[in-house]
Write a protein that binds this ligand. Structure first.
Ligand code: PBG
Length: 324
């Protein structure tokens, strides 16, 4: 007679029988960078998450490294006056995002710094590609992504993160980087990025919501998983170092599928809306947000994610530290 409850009878056996363990080393912390100095503003829909200016972001990274967080994904908050149809600020070497990346890498060479390659933060249309006559142009967008990726690589960052979902972009970027001598710059590809409602608070944070239509002609249909495998095959063959699934919680099956089919690290992006939901319910007293946070992060790891991008990184790191 098998009695599974024997292996749940005490904290000690539960610990020993535990199949999946979350560690602080699994986390990448997304950060929102503001232009200027000594500026800090909380994202209203993401309590506890702040847009930070350069000086404060350097301090934040230092604090996170002390907690054991090793990876950071930096996103720029671009003022409306700097936006245009072709995202020219994205590859302007004098623009604050690129300047700050250089400083971050200089000050913390041990940190893994990831950037975002997509037009939307710099686009007056709020889209990840060039918008013309109501259409997003694929191949014309690649040219801009290429310039953006080169400018970012030149700051010394470790990995670029194309989050745009244009076709061929991984191979295109890998080629350009290699041609220009950036053979050590990695690519974490947003491989299965779904057209999701869970990005809402992120678009508040960057003020980057599309001003026309939606992103369904380039981001994936939430109903599809075979398509995710096809996207992963392309990105894998085009030279991606890491494949990402985004969002995470509503797509655990996709994470698992990629984990079993591709022998490179799989990342999952526990996105802004997933953070906001837990925070909001916690504030209302409807659930224990700390426990819900740890449980959802654990589920993402159990599904197969090697790397978890999460706004909970700091809180979860503190929690894991207490448990030790
Ligand atoms: C933009 C980008 C988005 C996110 C990361 N990069 C938003 C979007 O595609 O509209 C979302 C992250 C989050 O919701 O936490 N290319």
């Amino acid at each position: 007679m098998r009695r599974p409850r024997r292996n749940r009878a005490s904290a000690a056996i539960r610990d020993l029988a535990q199949e999946t363990t979350l560690t602080t080393g699994d986390f990448v912390f997304p950060l929102f960078l503001l232009e200027g100095q000594n500026k800090k503003s909380e994202v209203e829909s993401m309590p506890g998450i702040f847009r930070l200016s350069e000086d404060l972001i350097l301090k934040e990274i230092e604090a996170c490294l002390k907690l054991g967080i090793k990876g950071f994904d930096v996103f720029p908050v671009v003022e409306e006056r700097h936006k245009d149809k072709t995202a020219t600020k994205s590859y302007d070497v004098d623009f604050f995002y690129l300047r700050t990346l250089t400083k971050i890498k200089k000050e913390f060479p041990e940190a893994l710094i990831i950037t975002d390659v997509a037009m939307d933060p710099y686009s007056s249309d709020g889209h990840d590609g060039i918008l013309e006559d109501g259409k997003i142009l694929n191949d014309e967008t690649l040219d801009i992504l290429g310039q953006m990726a080169l400018a970012q690589a030149d700051t010394g960052v470790d990995m670029i993160g194309p989050s745009d979902m244009m076709d061929f972009r991984v191979g295109y970027l890998r080629n350009i980087l290699d041609e220009q001598g950036f053979t050590d710059t990695g690519i974490m590809s947003y491989t299965a990025k779904y057209a999701s409602a869970f990005y809402g608070p992120f678009r508040d944070a960057l003020d980057s919501a599309p001003k026309f239509g939606d992103k369904k002609t380039y981001q994936m249909n939430p109903a599809n998983i075979k398509e995710a495998i096809m996207e992963a095959e392309l990105d894998f063959n085009e030279g991606a170092d890491v494949l990402m699934v985004k969002p995470a919680l509503a797509y655990l099956d996709v994470i698992q599928k990629l984990k079993t089919n591709f022998n490179i690290p799989i990342a999952a992006y526990n996105v802004s809306g997933e953070y906001a939901m837990i925070k909001a319910a916690g504030e209302k007293g409807w659930l224990d947000s700390n426990k819900a946070m740890m449980e959802s992060l654990l589920s993402i790891k159990r599904a197969g994610a090697d790397i978890i991008l999460t706004y909970f990184a700091k809180e979860a790191a503190a929690h894991l530290d207490q448990q030790r």
